[in-house]
Ligand binder design. Sequence first.
Ligand code: ZN
Length: 159
Amino acid sequence: MTKVEDAPVTEQPFNALQFARDLERLRADLEHEANPYMPIEHQSAASAALLIVINELTAGTDHTTAVSRATAAYKDIRGRQREHEHSTRAQQERDEAELAAEEAVTQKVACPYCGAEVGLRCVGTGRSGGIRKKSHADRFRLARGLNDKAPDPTAGDVR
Ligand SMILES: [Zn+2]
């Protein structure tokens, strides 16, 4: 196998066909990684920026404009990713606070299902196999006095 010399990019490319093929492959990869239809957290800001540079330069745009368009797109994607991370974290914190408040009420009674005592969490593993975060449903209902009452769907006032 002979080593391909660096093509003189500014002059006529040594092998135009190879150049076009390589460029096409690179573009396809970048388009995949920067796909704007993917969830924002899976988009690559750097790939989007490089794709813009390549597209602009091959379209004859001057290099300052090409690079500034690329950096603008990069900043936009990174900004939206940070926003997404913040809102995801805020949502997690709200969920955890809600669960903690719910558990504080539930753990005021012993669990009729697994026998966990008052103030202790239920025994067993959670759905993902880790420590169980939520009490058993029977304990939840017991703590709220829902067990003896057959829920009447027409009542609309479940205590
Ligand atoms: Zn339990």
